[in-house]
Write a protein that binds this ligand. Sequence first.
Ligand SMILES: NC(=O)c1ccc[n+]([C@@H]2O[C@H](COP(=O)([O-])OP(=O)(O)OC[C@H]3O[C@@H](n4cnc5c(N)ncnc54)[C@H](OP(=O)(O)O)[C@@H]3O)[C@@H](O)[C@H]2O)c1
Length: 268
Amino acid sequence: MKISIIGCGNMGLTYARSFLQFRKAAKDNLILVAKNESSFQKLSELNIAKVSLGVNDEVLKSDVIILAVKPQDLKSIVPSLSKKVFKETLIISILAGIKISRLKSSLQHDFIVRAMPNMPAQYGMGITAYSPSQEVNIHHISTVENLLSTTGRTFLIENEDLMDGVTAVSGSGPAYFYYFVSIMIETAKKIGFDESLASLLVLQTMHGAYHVINNAEVSFDTLIKKVASKGGTTEAAFNVFNQKGFAQILEEAINKAEQRSKELSSTN
Ligand SMILES: NC(=O)c1ccc[n+]([C@@H]2O[C@H](COP(=O)([O-])OP(=O)(O)OC[C@H]3O[C@@H](n4cnc5c(N)ncnc54)[C@H](OP(=O)(O)O)[C@@H]3O)[C@@H](O)[C@H]2O)c1
Protein backbone atom coordinates (compact mmCIF):
# COMPACT_ATOMS: atom_id res chain seq x y z
CA MET A 1 0.00 0.00 0.00
CA LYS A 2 1.30 3.46 -0.92
CA ILE A 3 0.77 6.05 1.83
CA SER A 4 1.56 9.76 1.74
CA ILE A 5 1.62 12.02 4.78
CA ILE A 6 1.10 15.76 4.40
CA GLY A 7 2.11 17.58 7.59
CA CYS A 8 5.04 15.76 9.13
CA GLY A 9 5.12 17.25 12.62
CA ASN A 10 4.26 15.43 15.85
CA MET A 11 1.28 13.46 14.59
CA GLY A 12 2.39 12.97 10.98
CA LEU A 13 5.69 11.47 12.05
CA THR A 14 3.94 9.38 14.71
CA TYR A 15 1.95 7.77 11.88
CA ALA A 16 5.02 7.34 9.69
CA ARG A 17 6.91 5.56 12.47
CA SER A 18 3.93 3.46 13.52
CA PHE A 19 3.18 2.32 9.93
CA LEU A 20 6.80 1.29 9.49
CA GLN A 21 6.98 -0.42 12.88
CA PHE A 22 3.88 -2.49 12.17
CA ARG A 23 4.84 -3.12 8.52
CA LYS A 24 1.80 -1.32 7.11
CA ALA A 25 4.03 0.34 4.54
CA ALA A 26 7.52 -0.31 3.27
CA LYS A 27 10.01 2.57 3.35
CA ASP A 28 9.71 2.97 -0.46
CA ASN A 29 5.93 3.15 -0.31
CA LEU A 30 5.73 5.80 2.38
CA ILE A 31 6.03 9.41 1.25
CA LEU A 32 6.55 12.33 3.60
CA VAL A 33 5.49 15.59 1.98
CA ALA A 34 7.73 18.53 2.89
CA LYS A 35 6.47 22.07 2.65
CA ASN A 36 9.81 23.74 1.85
CA GLU A 37 13.53 23.09 1.27
CA SER A 38 14.42 23.20 4.96
CA SER A 39 11.76 20.69 6.02
CA PHE A 40 12.71 18.56 2.97
CA GLN A 41 16.25 18.51 4.36
CA LYS A 42 15.12 17.64 7.90
CA LEU A 43 12.73 14.89 6.80
CA SER A 44 15.35 13.41 4.42
CA GLU A 45 17.87 13.24 7.25
CA LEU A 46 15.45 11.06 9.24
CA ASN A 47 15.97 8.48 6.51
CA ILE A 48 12.77 6.62 7.32
CA ALA A 49 10.78 7.13 4.11
CA LYS A 50 10.75 8.83 0.71
CA VAL A 51 10.42 12.61 0.90
CA SER A 52 8.74 14.80 -1.67
CA LEU A 53 9.04 18.56 -1.86
CA GLY A 54 5.38 19.48 -2.13
CA VAL A 55 2.65 17.27 -3.57
CA ASN A 56 3.80 15.35 -6.66
CA ASP A 57 2.12 12.83 -8.93
CA GLU A 58 3.13 9.87 -6.77
CA VAL A 59 1.48 11.50 -3.74
CA LEU A 60 -1.71 12.18 -5.71
CA LYS A 61 -1.88 8.51 -6.74
CA SER A 62 -1.29 7.09 -3.26
CA ASP A 63 -3.79 4.58 -1.88
CA VAL A 64 -4.03 6.68 1.26
CA ILE A 65 -3.19 10.32 1.94
CA ILE A 66 -3.00 11.39 5.58
CA LEU A 67 -3.60 15.09 6.23
CA ALA A 68 -1.82 16.13 9.45
CA VAL A 69 -1.14 19.85 9.06
CA LYS A 70 -2.55 22.34 11.58
CA PRO A 71 -6.20 23.21 10.81
CA GLN A 72 -5.24 26.76 9.81
CA ASP A 73 -2.76 25.35 7.25
CA LEU A 74 -5.43 23.43 5.35
CA LYS A 75 -5.73 26.41 2.98
CA SER A 76 -2.08 26.05 2.01
CA ILE A 77 -2.47 22.44 0.84
CA VAL A 78 -5.88 22.65 -0.84
CA PRO A 79 -4.65 24.03 -4.22
CA SER A 80 -2.22 21.15 -4.73
CA LEU A 81 -4.90 18.53 -3.93
CA SER A 82 -8.24 19.87 -5.08
CA LYS A 83 -9.62 17.85 -8.03
CA LYS A 84 -6.14 16.33 -8.47
CA VAL A 85 -6.18 13.36 -6.09
CA PHE A 86 -6.71 9.98 -7.79
CA LYS A 87 -10.43 9.09 -7.61
CA GLU A 88 -9.91 5.91 -5.56
CA THR A 89 -7.54 7.42 -3.00
CA LEU A 90 -8.69 7.47 0.61
CA ILE A 91 -7.98 10.74 2.41
CA ILE A 92 -7.71 10.56 6.20
CA SER A 93 -7.76 13.96 7.92
CA ILE A 94 -6.84 14.42 11.57
CA LEU A 95 -7.34 18.20 11.46
CA ALA A 96 -9.24 19.18 14.60
CA GLY A 97 -12.55 20.88 13.89
CA ILE A 98 -12.51 20.48 10.10
CA LYS A 99 -15.75 18.84 9.04
CA ILE A 100 -16.10 16.15 6.38
CA SER A 101 -18.35 18.43 4.30
CA ARG A 102 -15.65 21.13 4.22
CA LEU A 103 -12.98 18.58 3.24
CA LYS A 104 -15.20 17.12 0.51
CA SER A 105 -16.01 20.47 -1.02
CA SER A 106 -12.56 22.04 -0.80
CA LEU A 107 -10.70 18.94 -2.00
CA GLN A 108 -13.44 17.92 -4.46
CA HIS A 109 -13.00 14.35 -3.30
CA ASP A 110 -15.47 11.72 -2.08
CA PHE A 111 -13.53 9.21 -0.02
CA ILE A 112 -12.80 11.08 3.20
CA VAL A 113 -12.36 9.92 6.77
CA ARG A 114 -12.13 12.45 9.58
CA ALA A 115 -10.24 11.13 12.58
CA MET A 116 -9.45 12.50 16.03
CA PRO A 117 -6.47 10.84 17.71
CA ASN A 118 -4.83 11.92 20.95
CA MET A 119 -1.29 12.48 22.10
CA PRO A 120 -0.58 9.02 23.62
CA ALA A 121 -0.76 7.78 20.01
CA GLN A 122 2.94 8.66 19.97
CA TYR A 123 3.54 5.70 22.27
CA GLY A 124 1.01 3.32 20.73
CA MET A 125 -1.45 4.08 23.55
CA GLY A 126 -3.76 6.52 21.81
CA ILE A 127 -7.46 6.41 21.16
CA THR A 128 -8.77 7.54 17.80
CA ALA A 129 -12.38 8.15 16.88
CA TYR A 130 -13.18 8.42 13.19
CA SER A 131 -16.15 9.31 11.01
CA PRO A 132 -16.36 8.38 7.33
CA SER A 133 -17.99 10.28 4.48
CA GLN A 134 -21.07 8.58 3.03
CA GLU A 135 -19.13 7.26 0.03
CA VAL A 136 -16.57 5.41 2.14
CA ASN A 137 -16.95 1.63 1.87
CA ILE A 138 -16.09 -1.36 4.04
CA HIS A 139 -12.76 -1.77 2.26
CA HIS A 140 -11.79 1.80 3.27
CA ILE A 141 -12.94 1.21 6.86
CA SER A 142 -10.76 -1.84 7.06
CA THR A 143 -7.80 0.22 5.77
CA VAL A 144 -8.47 2.94 8.35
CA GLU A 145 -8.65 0.39 11.18
CA ASN A 146 -5.53 -1.30 9.94
CA LEU A 147 -3.54 1.94 9.85
CA LEU A 148 -4.84 3.93 12.80
CA SER A 149 -4.82 0.99 15.20
CA THR A 150 -1.01 1.00 14.96
CA THR A 151 -1.19 3.97 17.36
CA GLY A 152 -3.65 2.47 19.85
CA ARG A 153 -7.40 1.83 19.99
CA THR A 154 -9.81 3.01 17.32
CA PHE A 155 -13.57 3.34 17.02
CA LEU A 156 -16.00 4.51 14.39
CA ILE A 157 -18.64 7.11 15.18
CA GLU A 158 -21.35 7.52 12.60
CA ASN A 159 -22.62 10.79 14.06
CA GLU A 160 -19.89 13.28 13.14
CA ASP A 161 -21.33 15.83 15.61
CA LEU A 162 -19.94 13.69 18.43
CA MET A 163 -16.40 14.51 17.24
CA ASP A 164 -16.59 17.65 19.41
CA GLY A 165 -17.24 15.46 22.43
CA VAL A 166 -14.34 13.21 21.44
CA THR A 167 -12.11 16.28 21.16
CA ALA A 168 -13.18 17.49 24.63
CA VAL A 169 -12.85 14.10 26.34
CA SER A 170 -10.01 12.12 24.75
CA GLY A 171 -8.36 14.78 22.57
CA SER A 172 -7.83 17.27 25.41
CA GLY A 173 -8.09 14.60 28.13
CA PRO A 174 -4.36 13.82 28.40
CA ALA A 175 -3.73 17.49 29.33
CA TYR A 176 -6.35 17.34 32.12
CA PHE A 177 -4.56 14.30 33.50
CA TYR A 178 -1.09 15.93 33.27
CA TYR A 179 -2.53 18.93 35.12
CA PHE A 180 -3.99 16.81 37.93
CA VAL A 181 -0.79 14.78 38.27
CA SER A 182 1.43 17.88 38.26
CA ILE A 183 -0.63 19.49 41.07
CA MET A 184 -0.34 16.31 43.15
CA ILE A 185 3.44 16.25 42.63
CA GLU A 186 3.83 19.95 43.53
CA THR A 187 1.73 19.43 46.68
CA ALA A 188 3.79 16.39 47.68
CA LYS A 189 6.92 18.55 47.30
CA LYS A 190 5.42 21.25 49.54
CA ILE A 191 4.70 18.57 52.14
CA GLY A 192 8.44 17.81 52.18
CA PHE A 193 9.28 15.12 49.59
CA ASP A 194 12.04 15.78 47.10
CA GLU A 195 11.16 15.96 43.37
CA SER A 196 12.04 12.36 42.62
CA LEU A 197 10.17 10.84 45.56
CA ALA A 198 7.18 13.14 44.99
CA SER A 199 7.03 12.00 41.34
CA LEU A 200 7.42 8.36 42.28
CA LEU A 201 4.65 8.56 44.90
CA VAL A 202 2.21 10.19 42.49
CA LEU A 203 3.06 8.36 39.26
CA GLN A 204 3.07 4.90 40.81
CA THR A 205 -0.19 5.74 42.59
CA MET A 206 -1.80 6.73 39.27
CA HIS A 207 -0.38 3.67 37.57
CA GLY A 208 -1.62 1.40 40.35
CA ALA A 209 -5.04 3.05 40.51
CA TYR A 210 -5.42 2.72 36.72
CA HIS A 211 -4.54 -0.99 37.05
CA VAL A 212 -7.29 -1.37 39.67
CA ILE A 213 -9.84 0.39 37.44
CA ASN A 214 -8.98 -1.99 34.63
CA ASN A 215 -9.23 -5.12 36.76
CA ALA A 216 -11.78 -4.58 39.52
CA GLU A 217 -15.30 -5.09 38.26
CA VAL A 218 -16.93 -2.66 40.65
CA SER A 219 -18.23 0.89 40.37
CA PHE A 220 -16.07 3.97 40.90
CA ASP A 221 -18.13 4.73 43.97
CA THR A 222 -17.28 1.34 45.48
CA LEU A 223 -13.60 1.83 44.66
CA ILE A 224 -13.61 5.24 46.37
CA LYS A 225 -15.33 3.77 49.44
CA LYS A 226 -12.64 1.05 49.61
CA VAL A 227 -10.02 3.80 50.06
CA ALA A 228 -12.01 6.29 52.11
CA SER A 229 -12.90 5.17 55.60
CA LYS A 230 -15.35 7.09 57.77
CA GLY A 231 -13.68 10.07 59.43
CA GLY A 232 -10.35 9.26 57.76
CA THR A 233 -7.84 11.09 55.56
CA THR A 234 -9.44 10.45 52.15
CA GLU A 235 -12.77 11.60 53.48
CA ALA A 236 -11.09 14.82 54.67
CA ALA A 237 -9.80 15.39 51.14
CA PHE A 238 -13.19 14.62 49.57
CA ASN A 239 -14.86 17.08 51.92
CA VAL A 240 -12.75 19.80 50.29
CA PHE A 241 -13.53 18.49 46.76
CA ASN A 242 -17.24 18.62 47.58
CA GLN A 243 -17.19 21.99 49.36
CA LYS A 244 -15.30 23.63 46.49
CA GLY A 245 -17.39 21.91 43.81
CA PHE A 246 -14.54 20.03 42.11
CA ALA A 247 -16.91 17.71 40.20
CA GLN A 248 -18.83 20.70 38.82
CA ILE A 249 -15.59 22.47 37.84
CA LEU A 250 -14.38 19.42 35.91
CA GLU A 251 -17.75 18.93 34.24
CA GLU A 252 -17.93 22.59 33.29
CA ALA A 253 -14.39 22.50 31.91
CA ILE A 254 -15.10 19.50 29.68
CA ASN A 255 -18.37 21.08 28.49
CA LYS A 256 -16.50 24.30 27.67
CA ALA A 257 -13.94 22.32 25.64
CA GLU A 258 -16.76 20.68 23.68
CA GLN A 259 -18.39 24.05 23.07
CA ARG A 260 -15.07 25.52 21.88
CA SER A 261 -14.64 22.60 19.50
CA LYS A 262 -18.11 23.33 18.06
CA GLU A 263 -17.22 27.02 17.67
CA LEU A 264 -13.98 26.13 15.88
CA SER A 265 -15.82 23.67 13.60
CA SER A 266 -18.32 26.33 12.59
CA THR A 267 -15.67 28.94 11.81
CA ASN A 268 -13.35 26.51 10.00
N1 LIG B 1 -0.98 16.90 18.76
C1 LIG B 1 -2.08 16.28 19.18
O1 LIG B 1 -2.19 15.78 20.31
C2 LIG B 1 -3.26 16.15 18.22
C3 LIG B 1 -4.37 15.39 18.61
C4 LIG B 1 -5.44 15.27 17.72
C5 LIG B 1 -5.40 15.90 16.48
N2 LIG B 1 -4.32 16.65 16.16
C6 LIG B 1 -4.34 17.32 14.85
O2 LIG B 1 -3.18 16.92 14.15
C7 LIG B 1 -2.75 17.95 13.30
C8 LIG B 1 -1.25 18.11 13.44
O3 LIG B 1 -0.94 18.40 14.79
P1 LIG B 1 0.58 18.33 15.28
O4 LIG B 1 0.53 18.46 16.75
O5 LIG B 1 1.25 17.15 14.67
O6 LIG B 1 1.13 19.68 14.60
P2 LIG B 1 2.61 20.02 14.14
O7 LIG B 1 3.61 19.29 14.97
O8 LIG B 1 2.71 21.52 14.07
O9 LIG B 1 2.70 19.43 12.65
C9 LIG B 1 2.14 20.05 11.53
C10 LIG B 1 3.16 19.94 10.42
O10 LIG B 1 2.58 20.35 9.19
C11 LIG B 1 3.60 21.00 8.44
N3 LIG B 1 3.01 21.79 7.37
C12 LIG B 1 2.38 23.00 7.44
N4 LIG B 1 2.00 23.40 6.21
C13 LIG B 1 2.39 22.43 5.34
C14 LIG B 1 2.29 22.27 3.93
N5 LIG B 1 1.72 23.20 3.16
N6 LIG B 1 2.80 21.14 3.37
C15 LIG B 1 3.40 20.19 4.14
N7 LIG B 1 3.53 20.29 5.49
C16 LIG B 1 3.03 21.40 6.07
C17 LIG B 1 4.30 21.83 9.49
O11 LIG B 1 5.54 22.28 9.05
P3 LIG B 1 6.16 23.62 9.73
O12 LIG B 1 6.34 23.32 11.18
O13 LIG B 1 7.41 23.81 8.98
O14 LIG B 1 5.14 24.71 9.51
C18 LIG B 1 4.40 20.81 10.64
O15 LIG B 1 5.54 19.99 10.49
C19 LIG B 1 -3.54 19.20 13.67
O16 LIG B 1 -4.48 19.49 12.67
C20 LIG B 1 -4.23 18.83 14.96
O17 LIG B 1 -5.53 19.40 15.02
C21 LIG B 1 -3.25 16.78 16.98
